[in-house]
Design a protein around this ligand. Structure first.
Ligand code: SAM
Length: 226
């Protein structure tokens, strides 16, 4: 099984304890939230962890229904605690190394710091599966840990987040932004771009083709086509 570190309490708890301290993270998450239409009704979060991203999106979208998917029972337990009694959120145990289960269709699919744990070929296949789950004009927003173009920049990232390189997650399978954007375009996503980036953290966004006959651009800014 890939990423099995996430099934150990030490690894999961270490991440949860430092998640808020990652520099610029809130900035990137804010740009992600801007890309998610306020009227989105059904949102899937891949590698949801303790449900951080679903909770962030819920704050501005009280009507949304969320599905959070993760393979770590420890993380899912943290998400269950967070959303206890909240019937709008469904949590599903699933290993992303395997094809996505039948979950119905979604207005939006998001992910945060999770897909980089998968082998590259699996990342690529997963992007295709995401497109198939999206309704026409739906949005995929992947806030991701990506590869640096050089080892010096990789070292600079670890220095900037104040972590020794020995703390590098052994389950990381980092991949550059350009390759991932190309794969999204090849699958048929539209308006694909890197919408935000700081060193090894990047927000990759694409949308599924709009409904037949719709020609307007995919403007998703608050106050835009939402
Ligand atoms: C760095 S954490 C991010 C959690 C959350 N998305 C957040 O932003 O706080 C990575 C998450 O991906 C999950 N994950 C890693 N590999 C996975 C896999 N193969 N299938 C499902 N979840 C996986 C881990 O269990 C963990 O919850």
């Amino acid at each position: 099984m890939a990423s099995e570190e996430w099934t150990t309490a030490a690894h999961a708890n270490r991440y949860l304890a430092m998640a808020d301290a990652v520099p610029h993270r809130a900035e990137g998450e804010g740009v992600l939230s801007e890309q998610v239409p306020r009227i989105a009704r059904r949102i899937l979060d891949l590698g949801t962890g303790d449900g951080r991203l679903l909770a962030l999106l819920q704050a501005d979208r009280p009507e949304m229904r969320g599905v959070g998917l993760d393979f770590s029972e420890l993380m899912l337990d943290a998400a269950r605690d967070r959303f206890a009694g909240d019937e709008r959120i469904e949590l599903v145990s699933h290993d992303l190394a395997q094809p996505l289960p039948a979950l119905g269709s979604f207005d939006v699919v998001v992910s945060s710091m999770a897909i980089h744990h998968l082998e590259h070929e699996r990342k690529r296949a997963l992007y295709g599966e995401v497109l198939a789950l999206l309704k026409p004009g739906g949005v995929f927003a992947n806030f991701e840990h990506v590869a640096s173009p050089t080892h010096r920049l990789h070292l600079a990232f670890f220095a900037a987040i104040d972590e020794p390189l020995e703390h590098e997650d052994p389950s990381d399978r980092l991949l550059d932004v350009e390759t991932q954007l190309r794969w999204l375009r090849e699958h048929g996503f539209e308006d694909v771009d890197c919408y935000w980036k700081w060193l090894e953290m990047a927000l990759l966004v694409g949308s599924s083709p709009p409904p037949d006959g719709a020609s307007e651009p995919a403007v998703r800014w608050p106050g835009g086509r939402v």
